[in-house]
Design a protein around this ligand. Structure first.
Ligand SMILES: CC(=O)N[C@H]1[C@@H](OP(=O)(O)O)O[C@H](CO)[C@@H](O)[C@@H]1O
Ligand SMILES: [Mg+2]
Length: 548
């Protein structure tokens, strides 16, 4: 890149997308997240970085997604997607953070330094796909990203409003045309097409019924399901709620995160006893199910449930295929309910890996298995199939006995419904519905597999959340001194007690998780551990307490 060209970049940045705040911003669990009005220069600079990344990857397409997922409307965020549709390689997160925080004056020299460091050949073509969620601040930010791409002579393509998983999917397809067509239509064709295909083979029977209620979180996922709904032919009757408009606010008292954390039904969804409801998050990458019983008690079917449903059904099909040398494993985080882990290891006899929070860690660990199911308890997850697994299954469809062939064909359809690039609420919804239908099960039967331990999540505000360090997949706390000892002491008082704390990577808070035998005890333990964090890690504001 001749220096004159970079000088243009620099001048353009200062004029169009100046750095307006000195607040340090970090590439966290899912990219940069903060108030939307602090993000414009960050997004512009991620446009620059995406071009550099694309060139380092020989001109393969890189993705930029503008979203703050389950956060409320005033927030926004940006993250980069690597060529296979996976999260940005971790070693580049530090580079992203550096570039986001330099002054306008130093932007030129830092950009040059990054180009040298990563040995980008700036004469190559560069291609960047940009997607955004429904936030009113997103179009402006998407334009800033495009400007960044253009400034370094890359080619941006704006996909408009898409779910986060659609952007991941399109990036993957653009770089690997065997995976599908890199458009929203291509996504429907592959994922919804495979669902319709499999439903031809699985007639509705038993306790399963095709009516599904959906809480769209007033975000993009519900809107896309509304498009899909019209193409479904009785395979699934979707009743959609919280589609945005009508005064409903994004993620406010609705959506997967609200339902999971508050353990309450979302506003805006009609209550019908025993009706299963799927709740999506704001950018359509998380899925939680729930139902209310005839006493209006809520029963949650979270990411752990979805993971166990997948693992057990896929294992069943693999057994029928007699593809027993394919190793299936499950990946969870410390937030997984203890009862789910016990069920997976003891009843399903499937190996479990526990990793740090954040999809990138789960995704990476799942690659170690032939078939890796990964899920965060909050409903973000998918299944990864190795090439070996795909080849083996395909071979059985051609050479197996009739029963084996049938199971292998179902597996191939299931692979096609799956968005292997990232957790995807829409793809997961179709997978869950497929499995419930195949088993002729209603939600009560699904819930009966195991009983969750009551749990509680709380947030504590501290002066500096980085004062907390953890180890052992975040289950043990190494700083500040004395905090882990205190947690151990508190946990010891409770039957089946478990608790841990960690700094959030997406919000300026510390998260506390506790579980125990009863809800009252889990709540009490969570409050006590929160108080310990408050006392030992520099709490600010009010003393921790349970939400109203
Ligand atoms: C406990 C929890 O749900 N944490 C979420 C949340 O991360 P934190 O680092 O905990 O803020 O947002 C991430 C991105 O969406 C998601 O991957 C993760 O699971
Ligand atoms: Mg999300």
């Amino acid at each position: 890149m001749p220096p004159s060209s970079l000088r243009v970049v620099y001048a353009f940045a200062r004029e169009m997308h100046p750095k307006t705040s000195d607040v340090f911003i970090q590439y966290g669990t899912a990219g940069f997240r903060t108030k939307a009005n602090l993000l414009e220069h960050v997004v512009y600079r991620m446009g620059l970085l995406a071009v550099i990344r694309s060139r380092v990857k020989n001109g393969r397409t890189i993705g930029i997604m503008i979203t703050a997922s389950h956060n409320l409307e005033p927030d926004n965020g940006v993250k980069l997607v690597d060529p296979d549709g996976e999260m940005l390689e971790q070693s580049w997160e530090e580079i992203a953070t550096r570039l986001a925080n330099v002054s306008d004056n130093d932007l030129e020299s830092t950009t040059e330094q990054v180009i040298r460091e990563v040995k980008a050949d700036m004469s190559l073509k560069a291609s960047v796909f940009i997607g955004m969620d429904t936030r009113y601040t997103s179009p402006r930010l998407a334009a800033a990203a495009s400007n960044g791409v253009i400034a370094l002579k890359g080619t941006p393509k704006e996909l408009g409003i898409v779910t986060t998983p659609m952007l991941h999917f399109c990036v993957r397809c653009r770089n690997d045309n065997k995976y599908g067509t890199p458009t929203e239509e291509g996504y429907y064709e592959k994922i919804v097409g495979a669902f319709k295909n499999i439903r031809q083979k699985l007639p509705v029977f038993g306790e399963y019924n095709t009516t599904l209620y959906v809480d769209g979180a007033n975000g993009v996922g519900g809107k896309k399901l509304n498009i899909i709904r019209k193409s479904l032919d009785g395979e699934l009757d979707l009743n959609l709620y919280n589609l945005g408009g009508n005064g409903g606010k994004l993620n406010l008292n609705c959506g997967a995160d609200f339902v999971k954390v508050s353990q309450k039904p979302p506003v805006g969804v009609e209550h019908v006893p025993f009706q299963r409801v799927a709740s999506l998050d704001g950018d359509g990458d998380r899925l939680i199910y729930y139902f209310l019983d005839d006493k209006e008690n809520m029963h949650l079917l979270d990411g752990d449930r979805i993971a166990t449903l997948y693992a057990s059904y896929i294992t069943e099909l693999l057994n029928t295929c007699e593809a027993r040398d394919l190793k299936l494993g499950l990946v969870q985080t410390a937030y997984a309910n203890g009862a789910s882990t016990k069920y997976i290891t003891e009843e399903l006899k499937v190996p479990v890996t526990c990793v740090k929070t954040g999809v990138k860690h789960l995704h990476h660990a799942a690659l170690a298995y032939d078939i890796g199911v990964y899920f965060e308890a909050n409903g973000h997850g998918t299944v990864l199939y190795s090439q070996n697994a795909k080849n083996t299954i395909r071979k059985i469809t051609l050479e197996g006995e009739p029963e084996q062939r049938k199971a292998a064909e179902l597996l191939l359809n299931i692979i096609d419904i799956t968005n292997e690039t990232v957790g995807d609420a829409i793809s997961d919804l179709f997978l869950v519905e497929t499995i419930l239908c195949a088993r002729g099960e209603n939600v009560r039967q699904w819930l009966a597999a195991y009983t969750d331990l009551p749990c509680r999540q709380l947030k504590v505000t501290v002066q500096d959340r980085n004062a907390i360090s953890t180890t052992d997949a975040e289950r043990q706390c190494t700083a500040p001194e004395g905090l882990q000892l205190k947690i151990d002491e508190l946990v010891g008082k409770y039957a089946n007690g478990r608790a841990f704390v960690r700094p959030s990577g997406t919000e300026d808070i510390v998260r506390v998780y506790a579980e125990s035998d009863t809800q009252q005890e889990a709540d009490k333990l969570a409050v006590e551990v929160s108080q310990a964090v408050f006392d030992l890690a520099g709490g600010v504001g009010n003393r921790p307490e349970l939400p109203a």
